[in-house]
Design a binder for this molecule. Structure first.
Ligand code: TYM
Length: 320
């Protein structure tokens, strides 16, 4: 089984990225050949500062490694170290129906938020399909927001197979129901671009501030509260044991505890959860060549697979 996923270096990583994709991806590295990449080509659709793109790309590698990606088991690489994906994206774009791309939620959401409508942004799902198909991927661990992109990838694979004969496998999204959409501090989906994120390795003071500003209703301290509709409880459930979660829900229903106290409890749990990873991150940082070595090795392996698949594709469509 081949497992593949990507993450954009368009900012620092948050706990939505961690629970939606990184943790499941790290768990899957024991189940097959895993390939995880830093989607710097994709990030070009929003990042306009070259130094920031380079810095963020390294930081994504660092954070992913600190969180448990094991380079002995999984391949970690930069998207742009496999330029063949842009060749495949072009080939896929020649069969991609306009209507299919026009239905993309993520494109429509971005336009609605005022992002400029570039051809790259519109074509994003085609590049993403190339990312997945170029490694003959079977399983793609992602959060729910990427579901439609994987469906589009399958549509494009079918279209290519119908047009040129059997070239591609049909990949499947692997979405964890419990963590498919991690909420941000305002209760909406956590996202770098919504500014409602809690970062995995954020500064402690800033993280506390963000946790303390989780939006709640105005139920007074002494009154019972509804745990089922609370962002605090939803976030707490990511870190707490079953008993701890049951206990917090009980306290909610009982009344007598204010939201501020629950937020403090959440902050402590969060800090405890990421402490070992923070330590690992410091260790990695001390080894100056570690990240470069991992990425160089990753690029080599990713290239091997991509080139094999591209030879099959070029032959099938009549190139060379
Ligand atoms: P990106 O960089 O926005 O997010 C990386 C991963 O984190 C997940 N995620 C979340 N999961 C749950 N709750 C949230 N609040 C949350 N926010 C983010 C995303 O679902 C994603 O899995 N297009 C992709 C990157 C990409 C890719 C690929 C993924 C490029 N090519 C090929 C898989 C396969 C993206 O923008 O993810």
């Amino acid at each position: 089984m081949r497992i593949l996923s990507g993450i954009q270096p368009s900012g620092v990583l948050h706990i939505g990225n961690y629970f939606g994709m990184m943790r499941p991806a790290i768990a899957l590295q024991a189940e097959g050949e895993a390939l995880y990449f830093i989607a710097d080509y994709h990030a070009l659709t929003s990042v306009r500062d070259p130094e920031a793109l380079r810095t963020n790309s390294r930081r994504v590698a660092l954070d992913f490694l600190a969180c448990g990606l094991d380079p002995e088991r999984a391949t970690l690489f930069r998207h742009s170290d496999v330029p063949q994906v842009t060749e495949l994206a072009w080939i896929l774009s020649t069969v991609a129906p306009m209507g299919l791309l026009e239905r993309a939620h993520s494109y429509k959401d971005k336009l609605a938020r005022g992002v400029a409508a570039t051809v790259g942004l519109f074509n994003y799902p085609v590049l993403m399909a190339a990312d997945i198909l170029i490694y003959d991927s079977d399983v793609v661990p992602v959060g729910k927001d990427q579901k439609q992109h994987i469906e589009m990838t399958r549509d494009l694979a079918v279209k290519m197979n119908e047009t040129f004969g059997q070239i591609f496998k049909l990949p499947e999204a692997r979405i964890q129901p419990a963590t498919e959409t991690v909420p941000g501090i305002d209760g909406q989906k956590m996202s770098k671009s919504y500014g409602n994120n809690i970062d995995i390795f954020g500064d402690e003071k800033e993280t506390r501030k963000r946790v303390m500003s989780i939006v709640t209703d105005s139920t007074p301290v002494e009154a019972p509260k509804d745990p089922e509709r609370s962002t605090i409880v939803q976030l707490y459930s990511l870190f707490a044991s079953k008993d701890e979660l049951a206990n917090m829900k009980e306290q909610f229903k009982k009344g007598g505890t204010g939201y501020g106290d629950f937020k403090k409890e959440l902050f402590e749990k969060l800090r405890e959860y990421f402490a070992p990873m923070r330590k690992r991150r410091e260790e990695i940082l001390r080894d100056k060549s570690y990240i470069n070595n991992v990425l160089t090795k990753g690029a080599k392996r990713a290239n091997e697979i991509a080139e094999q698949v591209m030879q099959r594709v070029r032959k099938a469509v009549g190139l060379r």
